[in-house]
Design a protein. Structure first.
Length: 145
């Protein structure tokens, strides 16, 4: 199994990840698909600045991967991961790779390669429909052993 190749394919499959905070936040929501938290709590849990987490949240909201329920009486918001189909096809692989040091580092390298190949990490993200997200080809490889 070529971990760097698999990570690159996965990053391209998901399509919206730009920086490590995006990756870590998406893995967090994959593990906790419904979470009532403030941005400050998310930043503290994941070890990033509030601005990085806010940018990642905005990215996922714009891409349609996450919904946020407003709550006027409290700063906490209910975030819900919106991945249709059998875990969006890529979600189990994201959790599997993102849960190991080697897998996470491979995905971060893939993000850096993607950025260095001229893909603007700050380009606007188009909202994807569920059918667009699930239509992308991706073969999930199972590790031997």
């Amino acid at each position: 199994m070529d971990l760097d190749h698999d990570a690159g394919v996965l990053i391209d499959r998901i399509g919206v990840l730009r920086q490590p905070s995006d990756l870590d936040l998406l893995v967090f929501f994959a593990r906790h698909p419904r979470a009532l938290l403030t941005s400050e709590q998310l930043a503290a849990f994941l070890g990033y600045g509030v601005k990085d987490i806010a940018a990642s949240l905005d990215l996922f909201l714009t891409a349609g991967l996450l919904t946020r329920t407003p709550n006027r009486s409290h700063a906490a918001r209910l975030y819900t991961l919106c991945v249709d189909g059998p875990s969006g096809g890529w979600l189990p692989t994201l959790v599997r790779l993102g849960s190991t040091r080697e897998g996470r580092l491979a995905m971060i390298r893939a993000l850096k390669r993607r950025s260095s190949q001229g893909r603007d990490p700050h380009a606007p993200v188009e909202r994807q429909t569920a059918s667009q997200r699930s239509a992308l080809p991706f073969a999930v490889r199972k590790s031997a052993g």
